[in-house]
Design a protein around this ligand. Structure first.
Ligand code: ADP
Ligand code: ZN
Length: 741
């Protein structure tokens, strides 16, 4: 379906038809359509989209539709093969000219280029230093240039590559060819710099939101790190993940620890030889090892789409780095987990590095950035809001539903009295002690230091006995985070009273914090981790045994084709198959990521596996098909992340648990759980009324709604009319089913 002329033929229908038949997607991600349209219209484009936002499709789709070849500039030769493989797997014709390919391949690509058969040609930036190469390019019909990782051209960026500077030549050498540039960099300064250096001509500009809705952010207090890492990794068995550490030594130690426990892990850092690094990266990319432990040298341009978790075992230097590194998780759009271990010891260590920076200005910047990172880790407020705020974005909703604070911390409680106790102790000890000692005094501990300073004689000694020490640490941390007390040195904070603090001491203002049980929860006992693994439950459910079978076939096919498994099909595709159980070609093609070419190449093979599975497990297959209405319609896409918490509730409902049990187990209010239920109902998730009501009771409430609730099914009149017989929660639950009927 090659098009001769842009203006005449690139109708919306053709674009959508290519989207579904070539890429197997039913809709565009945000901004993709406008970018594709701009390119088809012959405009320069500059697009800033977060990792996983789907930049490749923005140039691959027009490259497929337009006549001529799209020249893609990409920084890492080692990754070009994967990019080419991924494009070819969708049935595009793509190739690369670089030093790693054989003479035969080179000849073949040369021929394809001359015959105008190639959609995409991947090359490295150095090529533009060669006049010979440029002259050769000029003999071809080029549809447009696509510059990937465009921030590499800016010295302000975090990955500046001098080679990229040669790209400024494109504009003057190819004045008639549109140039498009893509990056995931977050800062405006770099963005402006890229446009100027490339000389883009009134480009179509896109700046997508940096929100990654499918990433779950959490911070755990760093206590017994090895145990913590081990149990976390065990609760994610079989999933791909990256563990970042701050030094080569730590990288090697953690990798060795995992290996000694039989977990397939490799390490990666800049001190290894090129070959060793390449091998480690390939093994990870091809799912031959599930975990890579690395310094931040690892990651740029990693296209692996099924990274299910990223762990920062040490404090990152700044938020930008943290964002880029966590961004490598969940590129396929399926839920992924980002865990940061935070301990104050890390601050001291980072400060030591920073103090070695010679230039004073640079040192100050580094310090400032570190404090921003620390406050992200330690503020008991939504991680996503804080992260996006750093990039100048305001997250519109309250409660993102996708971070530990929002999920656990629905309930803030009034803790004015606790704050008063802590603050008056700070006053009485002359604002000269840290949180550890203060907590000791509050719980009435018997330490040398307390005796030495006579703090056991203070009236506040032991006034907080009724709570564990951890609780008081949490109170003091919150006082710091809310800036009710100020500290000069965040690495060894000694809180001092502010005016705000005096308002609280005098009872003129109140103080609230997260529910203490939540802090209790954070007390690390390694055997608690399994229960904390929200991720496992949060992916919309699918048949695990079928998924395992699908993964095995995927691996077989990937080996035979010599490509990484995620190029065959993404995790998301396999999850959907294992959820909807497609039975024939038509149904399979409705699944996310199954385009015509992939279907032709190995669709049949997957159908065989599904059918075999169904024959062996007819019961299971039937249940799944019924639950999800089979794949006869396009699978309903839930907004994955807001759903994370709901789905955890949903799974518990499917297990037959009551609202009370769920509330108890999840440490959430009953009302919150009922809220989840309402949301699940709206989203069309199935659960049965019988679980909550005997039929007569539901009829009774239905009658109350009919008589009193009005068109909007109001609760208050119903509850009042029932004379204490029906409470709000029951009315809310009943309403979910009544709305459905
Ligand atoms: P980026 O280069 O922006 O980091 P990619 O181009 O690698 O992101 O795309 C990330 C993932 O999103 C890939 O697995 C890709 O198949 C998937 N993807 C891209 N566009 C869409 C879409 N419109 N619908 C669904 N998935 C998409
Ligand atoms: Zn949040």
């Amino acid at each position: 379906m090659r098009l001769e002329s842009v203006s005449q033929n690139c109708s919306v229908e053709r674009i959508y038809s290519a989207l579904s038949s070539v890429f197997g997607f039913s809709e565009f991600r945000p901004h993709q359509e406008e970018i594709v349209t701009a390119i088809l219209g012959g405009r320069d484009v500059f697009a800033v989209m977060p990792t996983g936002g789907g930049k490749s499709l923005c140039y691959q789709l027009p490259a497929y539709l337009l006549d001529g070849v799209c020249v893609v500039v990409s920084p890492l030769i080692s990754l070009m093969k994967d990019q080419v493989d991924a494009a070819c797997a969708n049935g595009l014709s793509a190739g690369t000219l670089n030093s790693t390919i054989s003479a035969d391949e080179r000849r073949e690509i040369g021929l394809a280029l001359r015959q105008n058969r190639l959609d995409l040609l991947y090359i490295s930036p150095e090529r533009f230093n060669s006049d010979y190469f440029i002259e050769r390019l000029k003999t071809l019909k080029i549809s447009f240039f696509a510059i990937d990782e465009a921030h590499c051209i800016s010295e302000w960026g975090h990955d500046f590559r001098p080679d990229y500077l040669s790209l400024s030549r494109i504009m003057s050498e190819f004045p008639d060819v549109p140039v498009t540039a893509f990056t995931a960099t977050a800062t405006q300064r770099v963005a402006d710099d890229i446009i100027v250096r490339l000389g883009l001509r009134r480009p179509h500009l896109t700046r997508a939101s940096f929100n990654r809705p499918n990433l779950f952010y959490r911070v755990w207090s760093k206590q017994r790190l090895d145990d913590q890492i081990l149990s976390y990794v065990k609760s994610h068995a079989g999933e791909s993940g990256i563990i970042y550490r701050s030094s080569r030594k730590k990288v090697e130690a953690t990798a060795a620890l995992l290996q000694s426990c039989g977990i397939s892990a490799r390490h990666y850092h800049a001190g290894m030889t090129d070959i060793d690094r390449r091998n480690a990266q390939e093994a990870f990319s091809r799912d031959e090892c599930s975990i890579i432990v690395a310094t931040i040298a690892f990651g740029m341009g990693i296209d692996k789409s099924n990274v299910r978790f990223v762990v920062h075992a040490d404090l990152p230097k700044n938020i930008e780095g943290y964002y880029q590194e966590t961004g490598r998780a969940g590129r396929d759009g399926e839920l992924a987990d980002c865990l940061l271990f935070f301990g104050r010891g890390d601050i001291v260590q980072q400060l030591r590095f920073i103090n070695d920076i010679e230039d004073q200005n640079a040192r100050n910047i580094a310090k400032e950035q570190l404090w921003q990172m620390v406050s992200l880790a330690e503020n008991p407020s939504c991680r996503r809001v804080a992260l996006l705020k750093y990039f100048g974005e305001i997250f519109p909703e309250s409660g993102c539903g996708g971070c530990d604070i929002c999920v656990n911390g629905d309930e803030r409680i009034d803790a004015t009295i606790a704050a008063q106790k802590a603050l008056s102790l700070i006053y009485r000890t002359r604002e000269s002690f840290g949180a550890v000692h203060l907590s000791d005094v509050l719980v009435g501990a018997n330490t040398d230091k307390i005796r030495q300073f006579g703090h056991d004689k203070l009236p506040t000694y032991g006034v907080g006995k009724d709570q564990p020490k951890n609780y008081w640490r949490a109170v003091i941390n919150e006082l710091i985070a809310q800036k009710i007390v100020k500290v000069d040195d965040l690495s060894r904070p000694v809180p001092k009273l502010t005016e705000e603090a005096w308002f609280i001491i005098r009872g003129k203002k109140t103080f609230s914090m997260l529910q203490p049980s939540i802090y209790e929860d954070r007390k690390i006992k390694s055997n608690q981790f399994a229960g904390n693994n929200i991720l496992a439950a949060a992916v919309a459910p699918f048949s695990e045994p079928l998924f395992a079978k699908l993964k095995a076939v995927r691996m077989e096919i990937a080996r035979a084709m010599n490509v990484p498994p995620y190029i065959v099909f993404s995790d998301k595709t396999l999850h959907e198959i294992a959820r909807y159980f497609p039975r024939d070609a038509g149904e399979l093609k409705l699944i996310h990521g199954v385009g015509q070419h992939k279907y032709d190449s190995y669709g049949q093979r997957f159908l065989e596996v599904i059918n075999e599975f169904c024959n062996q497990n007819p019961q299971e297959a039937e249940t799944w098909r019924q639950r999800n209405g089979a794949a006869t319609k396009t699978p309903k896409q839930m907004p994955t992340l807001q759903a994370a918490s709901y789905i955890e509730t949903y799974n518990m409902i499917l297990q037959g648990k009551t609202i009370n049990e769920i509330a108890e187990e999840r440490k959430l209010a009953k009302g919150t759980i009922v809220g989840h239920l309402e949301k699940l109902g709206e989203l069309g998730m199935e659960f049965s009324a019988e679980q909550f009501f005997v039929p007569e009771r539901l009829e009774q409430i239905k009658e109350l709604f009919k008589q009193n609730g009005g068109e909007n099914m109001m609760l208050k009149p119903v509850v009042e009319a029932s004379n204490g017989n029906v409470d709000y929660e029951e009315a809310r639950i009943a309403r979910i089913f009544l709305k459905k009927s």
